[in-house]
Design a protein around this ligand. Structure first.
Ligand code: FAS
Ligand code: PHB
Length: 423
């Protein structure tokens, strides 16, 4: 028999009790209740970043994450931060380790056949990117939220949303055998592609756009020095390859593979042999092999849902959009959504105005579609789609054009480092 506890909060007028949400709750309800103005569903990078940004600006939130902290921490995903993301993480007060351990990359290599060309990001755009794994970002954010007792409920099961189309939505969840229900002002759906938030919206209220790519990425992580000090993206007639890293002693490699492929068909030796075959000899000969720490296969797809707001419910990050990892945009888009929504919520609680909140969906979707286009373009340029020799010649011609034209290289570079996050 489930027991029930109710935390009921009213909409809190901006500025009450100096804006301190716990003091406000005590004033209004005369008890010591968990203070919540915003319920954040999902404790991945977007949920934790949003909660941290809100907290640093006096807005109370609670994060409900269905997995354990260790499980979320253990997921290996993105590796590259745009400068806009770096700035947001610094604004959130979690930039110290990132700036100490992150690797600043001012350029990136494009390889095709035996040729390769360095795109000088810094010279072309005045900006660079930072190599710093998503697992590290997750660790930094989870540690920051842990400093605020009760800010995150890990292993919150059966999260359910109600009244998202009203001004007083509620979110309920099961934790250690007790079902909790929280009334709040806003819900941020930061629960990823398979989350409950987007699924709670009746299909007739949303428009979904999707494109599946006819291949996946086979990933390998090993404690070996990277074969190059910057990333190498390779277009080859055998298929795409990417040489990335997590530090000067830990490499992350990717091979385009069939969506029907499986990791057990790829012993380390076969992986490294195929990687060498897809790289120019200059890079292949530098490859240091080592026992894999992790191997996985991920499908590639583009997905966007419109709008990203439904009344009091806002969709953030992978809950609203998925991009193929070619352009390294997934994590960066999620962080940008969190930054944009945080701005709107902070403005509301400080001034009572809803301008930025009302603009959130259009603002985020403008950025999402531009990143979706770039990720589609870069994926189309670098991967093998068929045995169509004509198509491969077109790809090689575009790569030679990128190598010869500063205009073409600048267009690629400004998308790769991240289009400015409009204020
Ligand atoms: P996330 O999916 O990270 O987090 C959502 C959280 O919500 C999860 O912790 C989940 O447990 C929780 N949740 C889900 N349903 C819930 C419910 N009902 N109740 C409570 N909690 C719930 N991006 C790149 O830029 N580069 C890459 O190389 C790259 N590689 C990737 C590889 C893989 C295998 C995957 C899956 C993604 C990859 N991505 C990459 C994209 C990835 O980094 C995402 O963009 C990023 O994690 C998005 O962050 P969130 O929006 O927070 O979603
Ligand atoms: C990674 O290091 O995991 C990575 C880097 C760049 C990409 C994709 C993945 O485009």
């Amino acid at each position: 028999m489930e027991k029930y506890k109710f935390y009921v909060l009213t909409s809190i007028p901006p500025g009450t009790a100096g804006g301190d949400p716990v003091a406000v709750a005590r004033v209004l309800i005369g008890g010591d209740v968990r203070s919540t103005q915003v319920v954040v569903i999902g404790g991945g990078p977007s949920g934790l970043l949003l909660s941290q940004l809100l907290s640093r600006n006096g807005v109370a939130s609670i994060v409900l994450e269905r997995q354990s902290r260790a499980y979320v921490q253990g997921r290996i995903r993105a590796g590259l931060l745009e400068w806009g993301t770096v700035r947001l993480l610094q604004e959130a007060g979690v930039g110290a380790r990132m700036m100490r351990d992150g690797l600043l990359h001012e350029g990136v290599e494009l390889a095709f056949g035996e040729q390769h060309h360095r795109i000088d990001l810094q010279a072309l755009t005045g900006r660079s990117v930072l190599v710093y794994g998503q697992t590290e970002v997750q660790r930094d954010l989870a540690e920051a939220r842990a400093a605020e007792p009760g800010a995150v409920v890990w292993e919150a099961a059966e999260v359910q949303l109600a009244g998202w189309d009203s001004k007083r939505p509620t979110v309920s969840y099961l934790h250690e055998g007790i079902r909790y229900s929280i009334a709040c002002d806003f819900i941020a759906g930061c629960d990823g592609y398979h989350g409950v938030s987007r699924a709670s919206v009746p299909p007739q209220h949303l428009q979904q756009y999707e494109r599946a790519y006819p291949f996946g990425w086979l990933a390998l992580m090993a404690d070996v020095p990277p074969l190059n000090d910057e990333l190498v993206y390779a277009n080859h007639e055998r298929g795409f390859a990417l040489c990335s890293m997590r530090s000067s002693s830990r490499s992350r490699y990717y091979l385009q593979c069939s969506v029907q492929d499986s990791v057990d068909k790829w012993p380390d030796e076969r992986f490294y042999r195929e990687l060498r075959a897809r790289l120019p000899r200059q890079f292949a000969q530098r490859l240091v092999e080592g026992r894999s720490l992790e191997k996985s296969i991920a499908p590639l797809r583009s997905f966007v849902v419109e709008p990203m707001r439904f009344g009091s419910l806002f969709l953030v990050g992978d809950a609203a959009h998925i991009v193929p990892p070619t352009g390294a945009k997934g994590l960066n888009l999620a962080a940008a959504d969190a930054g944009t929504l945080a701005q709107g919520l902070i403005e509301f609680y400080r001034t009572g105005t809803r301008t930025l909140i009302d603009e959130y969906s259009a603002h985020a979707l403008d950025r999402v579609w531009k990143a979706t286009r770039f990720s589609w373009w870069f994926t189309s340029l670098m991967h093998k789609f068929s045995e169509d020799a004509f198509a491969h010649q077109l790809q090689l011609a575009e790569l030679r054009y990128l190598a010869q034209s500063e205009t073409a290289a600048r267009a690629m570079a400004e998308n790769y480092v991240g289009l400015a996050i409009a204020a």
